[in-house]
Structure formats: structure tokens, C-alpha cells
Design a protein around this ligand. Structure first.
Ligand SMILES: *Cc1c(COP(=O)(O)O)cnc(C)c1O
Ligand SMILES: [Zn+2]
Length: 421
């Protein structure tokens, strides 16, 4: 029997077997330079024809869903999956969230409900499960914060060891999580890119399995599961647009790949429009989609999870965006903060800045009259607001304490009541 899956290099199309540890395509990797987006990210390819033969066409999606999509995952059994709820997050319909009289549908996919409170658990779970099936005990990742706290938490659940390299100035909550989950943490006095290079050396020298985003091809496979869920939660319908907060472009590629596989399996007939939302202070993926030569804008944004100088998955994302007519938008830090406050105050969903950026992207599209009436619009809320309290402080004004008597409380409430009446 043929292997369940193999890898194809998105740049030179070389193929590699799926049964060994492999990260970037060795042929392409040899020419990579640190200041350029890497070539050689691998796409995981299954035997789609065979999967179509296994199931009746009319019920193929429902049956795959019953099998927890195992035929489309590079592992042998769901037994190796962490015993935690990964993904399967709520999709809330909130049409009125940006004001009454909008005649389109808005859905918020709340991935802050993952065990470590971010979308990254989808990738960590799969990488960890693969390691478990292949007898690897220790994993390593470089991270701006969420990938590291996610891998640390998932490894704790799986009784695996993890080593996390993070820039020393990552948000305190994310560093705290890594420590609480009992991982080996190595704060690096340098950038995320420095941490990335070092983590690659660590896997080479110590043999630890590397979870780095857009380096380990399985990160994309874990992330694609969100598309299956959205399709299911919309009553087996394809949304018109999905707003995806984008840094390195692994979530973006994952969302595309999930829908593309449904297309290949005959489950759907059209692709949604995927909107890459980036911070105006770090627009390095969307601004380089059409450039012959990569040009970097030095990143400066409060949205640390999408603050990326050299997007590691640019090549794959360019391919997807061209093929399926993707769209893009950038949002300023002020727009992100405003969107974050609005979203919290009107839905009870408090998102970290990167996630609020996706919502800000929807707001921008709506303001410019770009959303069709009757359309279904999904926003990926990728991380919890509790992960980064510092960045929203400029919005906030904690009143001074009052004397413990009812008169003082009444006085203190006046300002609030008049504002809300
Ligand atoms: C990692 C992350 C992103 C961006 O994902 P990429 O794959 O780097 O584009 C967005 N939001 C949150 C909360 C993240 O942690
Ligand atoms: Zn290659």
C-alpha cells in the first residue's frame, strides 16, 4: 500500500516520503538567506482519490467528521491526540456586532477557547501526536509567545518534554504560561528570528523535534482543521469571506488548505475568499505578494503575534492567494485597539491584539461598503485578551479607590451611569 501521505515542496515540487522527520525541502533550503522568506516549505499531500473511494460522495464530509478527520491527518490514530479539547471551538453568529441594519451575516470563531487560549494549540496538538507515534520524547520551538506557551501546555498534557526559546521581551502572560506548564524556557536576548535560528540548531544537535511555524510542515496540517469546523458549523455551507490575522502566514495557509481539501474531495464546489489581515506596522506578507524582490518594513505594532519581519510562509501564501483570488487589508494599531474594545464591550469576547486585528479588518471592509448583502463573513479570533494586558492599558482608566460608604459609591457610579444612559 502507498503511504498515507507524502510531502511536496511548494517551490521546486520535489517529493519526500511522510515517514521521516523532515522540515524544509533540503534542495531549496541550501539557498535560503536569513533576510529573505525561506523557500522549501513542504505541503502535506494525501491520496485524495482513495479517500473519495472509501466514502459515498453524499456523506463523505459527515463520515470524515465522525472519524475526526483522521484520513486527512498525518498520524495513525487519534489515541495519540492530547486528552484535551483541541479546536472544536464555538462559532458565534453576531450579525449586529458592527451596528444594526447590516444585511450580512457575521460569525466569530472563538479560538481563545483552546486549552492554552490560542489557535496555536491546533498545530501543537498534531506535532505532539506525531512525535508520540514516532517515539520522540522532547520537542523544541521558537516562539513570539503563543506557539511556545501552546507547545509547553500540550506537551505537559502528553507527558512530553519541551524546550521553548522566546525573545526575552515576550508578553508576561505568555512567559508565565510556559513556566507554569513546566517547560524548559530559554529567554533569548534578541529577536524572534534569532530564537528561530537557535531552535533549529538545537534540533540538529540534540535531536529534539522542532515545532517551528512554517518550518515543521505539520503546523499547517493542524491549523487546517478550523476550515472543516467552520464548514460544519455553518450547516455545511461555505462562507463568503474569512478574515485571518496574519503574521508568518501559517494560519492563512492552513485555512486555505482545509477548504482546498474539501474542494479536492468534492465536498464543496467553491472556495471562500480569504482575507489576510495584517498590522499596518508589520505588513510584510501582504505587501510582498506581488513583489519580485522581497522588501522588509521593520515591524512596529502592539499586535505581537502578527509582528513579523520576514514571513516564513510567504511563498505558499502567495500561491494560495493567487490561485484563489485572496484579498488583504492592513489595520493600524489605533484601529486594532478600537476594534478590541468594541468587540469586548459588545460581545463579551476579549481578544488579544492580533485577533482584534482580524475584526478590525472586517470593520474596514464594511465601512468601505465592500461586503455583499446576505454574505457570510467569518472572523478568526485567534487568542485571548488575557495574554497581553499591557497593550490595552492606553485605552483604560481604572478609577481611584473610593471610601467604603454608599455615598461615595453613588458618586463614583454617576460618571458610569451618565455615560451609559
Ligand atoms: C500566531 C498567531 C497569529 C498569526 O499566525 P501566522 O501563522 O503567524 O500568520 C495570529 N493570531 C494569534 C493570536 C497568533 O498567536
Ligand atoms: Zn524545494
Amino acid at each position: 500500500m502507498r503511504d498515507k501521505f507524502h510531502y511536496v515542496c511548494v517551490d521546486c515540487l520535489s517529493e519526500y516520503p511522510g515517514d521521516k522527520v523532515i522540515y524544509l525541502c533540503p534542495k531549496c533550503q541550501a539557498n535560503n538567506r536569513e533576510d529573505q522568506p525561506p523557500k522549501g516549505v513542504l505541503k502535506t499531500v494525501y491520496n485524495y482519490r482513495q479517500i473519495r473511494e472509501w466514502y459515498p460522495a453524499e456523506t463523505i464530509f459527515q463520515q470524515l467528521e465522525e472519524d475526526r478527520f483522521l484520513p486527512l491527518l498525518p498520524i495513525r490514530s487519534m489515541e495519540s491526540w492530547p486528552g484535551l479539547r483541541i479546536g472544536n471551538t464555538p462559532l458565534y453568529r453576531k450579525d449586529n456586532v458592527i451596528g444594526e441594519n447590516k444585511d450580512f451575516e457575521i460569525y466569530l470563531k472563538d479560538d481563545s477557547q483552546n486549552p492554552t487560549f490560542s489557535f496555536k494549540d491546533r498545530a501543537s496538538a498534531l506535532v505532539s501526536a506525531w512525535a508520540k507515534e514516532n517515539g520522540i520524547q522532547t520537542l523544541v520551538a521558537a516562539s513570539t509567545g503563543n506557539a511556545g506557551s501552546s507547545l509547553a501546555g500540550i506537551c505537559a498534557a502528553q507527558k512530553q518534554k519541551s524546550v521553548i526559546l522566546v525573545p526575552a521581551k515576550a508578553p508576561l502572560a505568555k512567559l508565565t504560561q510556559i513556566l507554569m506548564y513546566g517547560a524548559g524556557i530559554v529567554p533569548v536576548d534578541g529577536t524572534y528570528d534569532d530564537a528561530f535560528e537557535l531552535s533549529v540548531k538545537v534540533s540538529e544537535i540534540f535531536g529534539f523535534y522542532n515545532r517551528n511555524t512554517a518550518y515543521n510542515p505539520l503546523t499547517i496540517e493542524g491549523k487546517k482543521t478550523v476550515s472543516f469546523e467552520i464548514f460544519s458549523q455553518l450547516g455545511f455551507r461555505v462562507p463568503n469571506r474569512v478574515f485571518v490575522p496574519t503574521g508568518d502566514g501559517v494560519i492563512l495557509a492552513g485555512v486555505y488548505k482545509g477548504f482546498e481539501e474539501m474542494l479536492l474531495l468534492g465536498v464543496i464546489e467553491t472556495m471562500p475568499v480569504i482575507v489576510a489581515v495584517q498590522a499596518a506596522g508589520s505588513p510584510n506578507l501582504v505587501e510582498n505578494l506581488d513583489r519580485m524582490e522581497f522588501k522588509v518594513t521593520k515591524s512596529k505594532t502592539i499586535a505581537d503575534s502578527i509582528s513579523v519581519d520576514v514571513p516564513k510562509n510567504l511563498s505558499m501564501c502567495t500561491g494560495f492567494m493567487k490561485k484563489y483570488k485572496g484579498e488583504s487589508v492592513t489595520v493600524t494599531d489605533a484601529e486594532i485597539l478600537q476594534a478590541s474594545a468594541w468587540l469586548s464591550g459588545s460581545t463579551g469576547l476579549f481578544s488579544e491584539p492580533a485577533a482584534a486585528a482580524a475584526f478590525a479588518g472586517l470593520l474596514k471592509f464594511s465601512k468601505s461598503g465592500n461586503i455583499l448583502s446576505g454574505s457570510k463573513n467569518v472572523v478568526l479570533l485567534t487568542g485571548s485578551g488575557l495574554k497581553d494586558l499591557a497593550s490595552v492599558q492606553p485605552l483604560l482608566n481604572l478609577p481611584a479607590p473610593v471610601a467604603p460608604d454608599i455615598r461615595s459609591v453613588e458618586l463614583a457610579m454617576q460618571a458610569f451611569l451618565s455615560k451609559n444612559s
